[in-house]
Write a protein that binds this ligand. Sequence first.
Ligand code: UDP
Ligand code: MG
Length: 313
Amino acid sequence: MSTPAISVVIPCYNEQEVLPEFHARITAAMEGIGLPFELVYVNDGSRDGTLALMLQAQAGDPRVAVVNLSRNFGKEIALTAGLDHAACSEAVVVIDADLQDPPEVIPALVAAWRQGFDVAYAQRSVRHGESWLKRVTAAGFYRVMQRLGGRVQLPQDTGDFRLMSRRSLDALLQLREQHRFMKGLFAWVGFPSVAVPYDRAPRAAGTTKWNWWKLWNLSLEGITSFTVGPLKIASYLGLGIAFISAAYIVQLLLRTLLFGNPVAGYPSLMAAVLFLGGVQMMMLGIIGEYLGRVFNETKGRPLYIVERHIPSG
Ligand code: UDP
Ligand code: MG
């Protein structure tokens, strides 16, 4: 078999319920495009029959490649592992296995790429099956990121579902940081990009691996790996408090000189001590978030360990 023009990278963690249907639909969608392709399934340490299903698909179709990671590394790393092992010469498509990203959208992504765009990202026009709370928090997160992002802007309502040209993939693969906020990395790479709108379906089967705590951490990850903005808060807050304190000291001095000192300072003393204590703890926390990430980066570990790699063809 010749080298595939397009690789499709699919990170999977416990997806045995949807994988057969996904495989059928992605194969049909890719065959409709008419370019040689491969499907790179990454098993991210699933505890169910996901790997067996992948190997079975591989045995029946030489266009399937399997990358089995040694344990669960998380979606962002699993995705990176798949991108590292993509053999495509032209372009790569990133898609979730749970059918929330409909494979039928891929031809539209390919059409946009053929018009000369390096990146065609699928943009959700409707979010089915997601609570209003999730929608509101997602919108808030994008707004914060837009404020903080500066030169690098995150497109709204966009997941990892996208097509990238080989050269933008090569650029992306040069970014080897441990803390991988993929949306931020995609945006950092740049190149001419275009949005392709689609309807986001609810999960076909299985359950989401996300919960509120994980989403909160993902947002932290996004902000801290994207911008050092929060580190500046300390400087400005400190400056503000210094000004207020100076005014307060002047007022105290004048009052003492004019009216004597009746020693009534306990509540204001307590308020100042507690307030400053809280502010300092919060600032230490912010510095800690960044320091922890510096710590993880300096260890220079590989991003993932591959247990087995079966290439396509
Ligand atoms: N995934 C993964 N490793 C993980 C968690 C998720 O490879 O540790 C995969 C999962 O199998 C799916 C994709 O990442 O193909 C998106 O996961 P999920 O549907 O749970 O996320 P959501 O759609 O809720 O953002
Ligand atoms: Mg999903």
